[in-house]
Design a protein. Structure first.
Length: 236
C-alpha cells in the first residue's frame, strides 16, 4: 500500500477488534488467505494497492498515485488490534498435537525422492489426528523443512495463540491458512465442531502432493473414499 494509510478490518472472514490506522506497512496474505482492508484516499491524489504482479489505483479520474515500491516492513497481526474474548479456552484443551514439518529422502507411493514429512512420517505413514466432537484442540505447527508453508485445515478456523513462544497480544487472529516460515513455530487452537474427515495440509498444492498432507478425523466418522492410484481417486 503506497500513498495513504489503511486499516485491516478482517482476516479470512473474521473481523478484527480495534484495528488501528497504519501506514508504510504491507499486509501478509498467504495462499488461500484473504484480508479486508479499509483504505483512505487522500483529498488530492490517489492511493495504490499492490499485490504480487498487479496493482489497483483508487482515486478520482486523472489523479496520480504514488509509484514508490511496496513497503518492505510487514504488519504483524500477532500484535495488531485490541485483545478481546475469543470464545475458546485453550488452557483447558482436550487434545494437544504436534505438527512438525520436515524433509527427508524416502519413498512416497513407491517413488523415491526428497519428500516433505510430518512428524518424521511420509504419506500413509502419518497417523491421522483423532478428535471427538466438542474437543478444544491445541496444535503446535513447527517448520524445520527449509521452506515456508501456508498451512490449511479444512472445515475449521484456527486461532493463533503464539509464534515462537511469543503470545498473541492483539485482536483474536483467526485464520484459514497460516504461513509458517522455515524456523518458525506457531501454537494454534480450534474447536472440533464440524464432524468429518478433514485434510490438514500445505496450501502450496505441489507440497501437499509431495507428502505435506494428513487429516483431522472425528471418532466414529467414516468415509467410503480412499486415496491412491489403485483406487482411482488421485486428486493431486
Amino acid at each position: 500500500m503506497t500513498g495513504s494509510s489503511f486499516r485491516v478490518l478482517a482476516v479470512d472472514g473474521h473481523d478484527l477488534v480495534g484495528p488501528a490506522v497504519v501506514a508504510d506497512r504491507s499486509v501478509p496474505v498467504t495462499a488461500g488467505g484473504r484480508a479486508d482492508v479499509e483504505v483512505r484516499v487522500p483529498d488530492s491524489g490517489a492511493v495504490r494497492v499492490q499485490v504480487p504482479g498487479a496493482s489497483l489505483v483508487l482515486g478520482p479520474n486523472g489523479a496520480l498515485a504514488d509509484e514508490a515500491p511496496a513497503p518492505r516492513d510487514r504488519l504483524d497481526l500477532l500484535s495488531y488490534g485490541e485483545p478481546a474474548p475469543a470464545g475458546i479456552d485453550p488452557a483447558s484443551a482436550d487434545r494437544r498435537f504436534a505438527y512438525d514439518i520436515g524433509r527427508l529422502p524416502g519413498f512416497l507411493d513407491g517413488r523415491p525422492g526428497y519428500w516433505w514429512t510430518i512428524n518424521g512420517g511420509l504419506g500413509a505413514g502419518v497417523p491421522m489426528y483423532m478428535v471427538d466432537e466438542g474437543d478444544v484442540v491445541v496444535m503446535t505447527i513447527s517448520n524445520s523443512s527449509g521452506e515456508g508453508h501456508p498451512m490449511h485445515l479444512h472445515g475449521h478456523h484456527l486461532l493463533v495463540l503464539s509464534r515462537d513462544g511469543v503470545p498473541s497480544s492483539g485482536s483474536p487472529w483467526w485464520v484459514d491458512s497460516l504461513d509458517v516460515a522455515h524456523g518458525e513455530s506457531f501454537e494454534v487452537a480450534f474447536v472440533a465442531d464440524n464432524p468429518g474427515v478433514w485434510m490438514d495440509h500445505c496450501h502450496n498444492l505441489p507440497h501437499a502432493a509431495e507428502g505435506l498432507m494428513t487429516h483431522v478425523a472425528y471418532t466414529g466418522v467414516t468415509t467410503p473414499f480412499r486415496l491412491g492410484r489403485d483406487t482411482g481417486n488421485d486428486p493431486e
